[in-house]
Design a protein around this ligand. Structure first.
Ligand SMILES: [Zn+2]
Length: 106
């Protein structure tokens, strides 16, 4: 497991959450849609702290960190997602042994 929890990654997570929060409050629906979960496309609850509830924000990786550790801190690889969607995706990948995350897996 190449997953690390560096201070830099903490800063990136905070920044990315705030970016999503700002987008979610936009009056422009196109911008608001950018703040939604990339897996289920539903709005994320930006009023609560990241990782505090099922609907709260999680920093997702488009290309998963196990297979692409070099992209862990790559902004272009970040996606907004629900904590719950992340948990489901992780479980599925482990149980099926799949190498990559699939957006529309159900
Ligand atoms: Zn979701």
């Amino acid at each position: 497991m190449a997953r690390t929890n560096t201070r830099r990654m903490h800063a990136l997570r905070d920044e990315f959450f705030l970016e999503g929060q700002t987008q979610s409050r936009s009056t422009d629906p196109t911008i608001r849609a950018l703040s939604h979960c990339w897996r289920c496309r539903q709005p994320i609850d930006y009023n609560v702290a990241p990782h505090s509830t099922d609907d709260s924000h999680n920093l997702g990786h488009y290309k998963n960190v196990d297979d692409f550790p070099e992209l862990q801190e790559d902004r272009d690889n970040f996606r907004h997602e629900h904590r719950l969607c992340n948990l489901h995706a992780g479980k599925r990948m482990h149980s099926l042994g799949l190498g990559d995350a699939v957006a529309d897996w159900w």
